[in-house]
Ligand binder design. Structure first.
Ligand SMILES: Cc1cc2nc3c(=O)[nH]c(=O)nc-3n(C[C@H](O)[C@H](O)[C@H](O)COP(=O)(O)O)c2cc1C
Length: 185
């Protein structure tokens, strides 16, 4: 907590791991929302963190995009490396994943990408977990695996009667902002 003009300002850290930029944009929105709520926020890409001192923060939000069931290794390394200090902090976790895009796969995503991560890498329960959607982009050019997945999703969309030639952003920005605001309540 820092004191500015006699007002206590909460200090927050938002750390994200991303492969295609989707979780980065979510982390940016979380960060913006917290700033609007007068939190002094630092936003960091887990890939660029070397020895960042997390002791001074009141609230730490950590998130990642999911690939083949996994967080990025850098975001997991952040949790591992800071395990002891994080045990005394308010922690919130979020993911951006395809499982969040459909009602029927949400419970599975919550368990695999959030509850299991909390259990394995935190010493206490996070104050919140956020399961956020992904982006379907038929024109994205992010390698063979990406193409393969998009081809699969394209078929699913066709089955649902949706137009697979159009980009679909499954992230619900209102939900993300409300989730962020609730972190400091
Ligand atoms: C190669 C690949 C593998 C993926 N694997 C999963 C997965 O196992 N589970 C899931 O829910 N979503 C999966 N997704 C969807 C991603 O989690 C989603 O696109 C997410 O927004 C990516 O975040 P990022 O851009 O921050 O890396 C996969 C996407 C790709 C391209």
């Amino acid at each position: 907590m820092i004191i500015m003009g006699g007002v206590n300002m909460m200090k927050g850290l938002v750390v994200y791991g991303t492969r295609y930029g989707t979780a980065k944009e979510i982390a940016e929105e979380i960060s913006r929302t917290l700033k609007d709520e007068n939190v002094d926020v630092n936003l960091l890409n887990a890939k660029e963190i070397r020895d960042h001192d997390v002791l001074a923060y009141d609230l730490i939000v950590v998130g990642s995009g999911i690939k083949m069931g996994k967080w990025t290794k850098e975001s997991i390394n952040f949790l591992k490396k800071n395990r002891d200090i994080l045990s005394n902090k308010k922690i919130a976790l979020f993911v951006s994943c395809g499982a969040a895009n459909k009602e029927k796969s949400k419970a599975n995503g919550q368990e695999r990408y959030l509850d299991n991560i909390s259990r394995d890498y935190l010493t206490h329960k996070p104050i919140a977990t956020g399961l956020f959607g992904s982006v379907y982009d038929p024109n994205a050019n992010n390698g063979l695996m990406f193409k393969f997945i998009n081809r699969f999703i394209r078929k699913e969309l066709e089955k649902e009667g949706k137009d697979p030639t159009q980009r679909i952003d499954y992230r619900n920005w209102d939900e993300i902002r409300t989730w962020s605001k609730n972190l400091i309540k």
